[in-house]
Design a protein around this ligand. Sequence first.
Ligand code: GRF
Length: 212
Amino acid sequence: MSRDKLPVVVLISGRGSNLQAIIDRAREAGCPFELAAVISNRPNAAGLERARRAGIPTRVVDHKSHTSRESFDDALAEAIDAYRPGLVVLAGFMRILTAEFVARYQGRLINIHPSLLPRFPGLDTHQRALASGASEHGASVHFVTSGLDSGPLIAQARVPVNANDDADTLAARVLEQEHRILPEVICRFAEGRLTIDGERVLLDGKPAVQLM
Ligand code: GRF
């Protein structure tokens, strides 16, 4: 590990396409962060293989071997802290975290969510966006606070909803944007350019432009 790059731990639950976008960005010259570890709550998450291929240490903290949310979160925090990360990224991590866990990583825990928050927190966002008749949809990156998919927004990307879209075509269009904005936000964080000011996020001391 180089000393001048921010160590980042990424938490996943599945496919890991956002993880792959982060791995690809970390390989670019001058990238200000490096991946210290990838941790999954599911032993069979395909994203673990992506991490192994990239030579990144992996860990599994299986929620099924814990009887309470608290004990799972304690084990998860212990696994994370072993890598001393400056930033923890939830990239398709499908577990609700306790308030204690969130407080422990306050200001250094971010999440990618496939909607224009505060619209459609939770699951099935693409289906719900279609059902609402919205003409646009998108993705958000935010600092994590204890509510579901809540916390100060760092960046959003919009996509149009087309007349012939179904949840899959819309999800694919949103995912492309996720892969763009999440690595970009990690870079900005690693460069020390983001600060939290109440409910707002500042970029270089000015209100962050939330639409990327
Ligand atoms: C992404 O759409 C993410 O926003 C959502 O779950 C999906 C994970 O995809 N929370 P991947 O595992 O990064 O491919």
